[in-house]
Ligand binder design. Structure first.
Ligand SMILES: NC(=O)C1=CN([C@@H]2O[C@H](COP(=O)(O)OP(=O)(O)OC[C@H]3O[C@@H](n4cnc5c(N)ncnc54)[C@H](O)[C@@H]3O)[C@@H](O)[C@H]2O)[C@@H](O)CC1
Ligand SMILES: Nc1ncnc2c1ncn2[C@@H]1O[C@H](COP(=O)(O)OP(=O)(O)O)[C@@H](O)[C@H]1O
Ligand SMILES: [K+]
Length: 519
């Protein structure tokens, strides 16, 4: 058995579907753990957290929503424990027929004199609600009268704590099955459920915390074969980032990145991409921009080698004019796209035909959507695509919608294109061509702001150049870039409020957040 801290770090990275959770639990029960004992353990852990967060007598009246399955059973254990701690507990039990174990707990709660109701109205004056209607056994749409009762909760203002998942959310896709509870906090049980990491679930889940119930890691490994879905925790990201250098090295051993970005019309995008790249610590930074942008870039990034390129009439890059003796394969990575405009199509064709690890974003993706993603499978070096949902749809019209199950969408896109795909959003998801998925579990809507994606492209390009030099996998480094970028947004928000995080400010928080995280 692993020491507790290291085990906890590992399980925080694991993400499961309902089916995988069922299989893991089945192994635990087959090994001899009684179902009732596990329910007791889980229920008591939740009751303790409730007491810490909402202590008696500041909070007195607690309503407990009880469904027919084991989610309801957990809720009844919580109800009983809170009753013994002095809280006034009221139970809402809309479905009379309960699973056997749940029924036993219901009978015992009755024998203790805890009142129960079929209707929701008697719970109106509660200070707090515990939602144990449905967990990962939720299998069909919620129907009346429960749907209307949940609708009623939206009009009340007390906090709601959901057990395992907000009732009504699909465990894997985060879809609302008819109607769902909007939780203030979710106590996710044992392992992270995939649905809690989908953008569309975020409105429902509130703050999520994992209630560990000591699932043996051997049972997790036995069920979860690669490819897996992983949460990019801080521990995972910091362990992967190329943060230390050998004592004897030089700039070209620390990665040489070429950025190709900007046009006369979109000068700022080039600057933000370059500032993102600077923060990555890349050994050498070359930036190809239209000739007219060269003074701006030189003034802001004195350390970079700025290559001014001939321009089209509209101020886009007409051709790459790299220095004597340099070609596209001289770099450890190329990142291109922000601000290029569609006039830069020949430039994108050129980089696609070269064998250098490549990040494509913004207009790079819009041009690729016209050229077709089939081109990528002919590349022998890795390609990373960083679309937001709109770009994703243009690139992968046949993949599942990125507005719905983002994990299936990004996985299918990576498998068909043979690229690493980083689907931007509130919970950015990254997939590699073998089907491994990473999800960035923490971010802030402060990042929903023009230019913040450009910063990510530069940061990722710089990390990719270093990863190539240090043999770190491309998907892992893309996941690290998403983590670093959003952590910088979170720190910037803390210091400057949610509306204070413009993209330039974001670049100024990349190093401070790393400094804070590494300690
Ligand atoms: N299996 C275990 O022993 C453990 C389970 N735990 C809890 O058990 C939960 C899973 O339990 P279950 O598998 O019993 O499933 P749930 O309690 O999530 O719900 C399944 C029950 O709801 C019914 N149902 C599903 N969708 C419905 C709908 N739309 N309308 C009306 N009824 C519907 C099903 O027929 C079944 O009776 C977890 O989420 C967790 O809370 C925890 O206690 C840890 C241990
Ligand atoms: N609601 C949100 N919560 C967290 N992060 C977000 C949210 N919306 C956008 N982001 C992040 O902000 C960035 C926006 O990138 P992008 O859409 O390319 O913008 P731009 O092209 O203007 O730079 C992405 O990294 C994305 O993940
Ligand atoms: K629930």
């Amino acid at each position: 058995m692993l020491p507790d801290r290291s085990r906890r770090k590992q399980i925080e990275q694991v993400v499961v579907t309902a089916e995988q959770m069922r299989q893991i639990e089945a192994r635990i029960f087959a090994a001899g753990m009684p179902v009732a004992a596990l329910m007791e353990k889980v229920g008591i852990s939740i009751a303790r957290r409730v007491q810490t967060l909402y202590p008696y007598p500041q909070v007195r009246r607690v309503g407990v929503l009880v469904g027919p399955g084991h989610n309801g059973g957990d809720a009844l254990v919580v109800a009983r424990e809170l009753h013994f701690q002095g809280y006034e507990v009221l139970i809402y039990r809309p479905i009379a027929k309960l699973k056997e174990l749940t029924n036993q707990h219901a009978q015992y709660a009755e024998s203790l004199g805890i009142p129960h109701f079929e209707a929701i109205a008697p719970l109106q004056d509660c200070d707090l609600l515990i939602d144990g209607l449905f967990g990962f056994g939720m299998e069909r749409q919620i129907t009346e009268p429960i749907a209307s009762d949940i609708h009623q909760l939206d009009r009340w203002s007390m906090p709601i704590l959901s057990i395992d998942l907000p009732s009504g959310l699909h465990t894997d896709t985060g879809e609302v099955l008819g109607k769902a509870v909007k939780a203030t906090r979710t106590f996710c049980l044992g392992l992270w459920k995939q649905g809690l990491l989908q953008d569309r679930a975020l409105e429902y889940i509130g703050t999520v915390e994992l209630i560990d119930f000591d699932i043996p890691t051997a049972d997790i490994h036995a069920v979860l074969e690669a490819p897996k879905v992983k949460r990019v925790t801080s521990d995972l990201a910091i362990a992967t980032l190329p943060l230390t250098r050998p004592p004897v090295t030089h700039k070209y051993k620390q990665g040489h990145l070429l950025l190709i970005c900007g046009s006369r019309r979109y000068a700022g995008g080039a600057l933000l991409t370059a500032l993102g790249a600077r923060a990555s610590g890349v050994g050498m930074l070359s930036i190809a921009v239209p000739e007219s942008l060269k003074p701006l870039l030189n003034a802001q990034l004195p350390e970079a080698l700025v290559v001014g390129c001939p321009e089209t009439d509209n101020g886009a890059i007409a051709q790459l004019d790299l220095p004597e003796g340099t070609d596209l394969e001289s770099f450890q990575a190329i990142a291109c796209g922000p601000g290029l405009t569609l006039e830069a199509t020949p430039i994108i064709q050129g980089v696609l035909n070269n064998d250098c690890p490549l990040v494509l974003d913004a207009d790079g993706l819009n041009i690729l959507a016209i050229l077709g993603t089939q081109k990528l499978s002919r590349r022998s070096s890795p390609t990373v695509l960083t679309p937001h949902a709109g770009e994703f749809k243009r690139l992968f019209p046949d993949a599942p919608s990125p507005m719905q199950d983002r994990i299936s969408a990004v996985r299918e896109a990576a498998q068909t294109s043979k690229a690493v795909v980083l689907l931007k959003g509130a919970r950015t998801a990254i997939a590699n061509p073998s089907g491994q998925v990473w999800i960035n579990p923490e971010s802030t809507p402060a990042l929903a702001r023009g230019g913040s994606g450009d910063v990510l492209t530069g940061l990722l390009g710089g990390l990719l150049a270093q990863a190539t030099a240090q043999h770190i996998s491309v998907d892992a480094i893309a996941a690290c870039a998403a983590w670093w970028h959003s952590q910088a947004g979170i720190l910037a928000e803390r210091e400057r409020t949610q509306i204070g995080v413009d993209a330039f400010t974001l670049t100024q928080f990349l190093i401070p957040v790393l400094h804070q995280s590494v300690g």
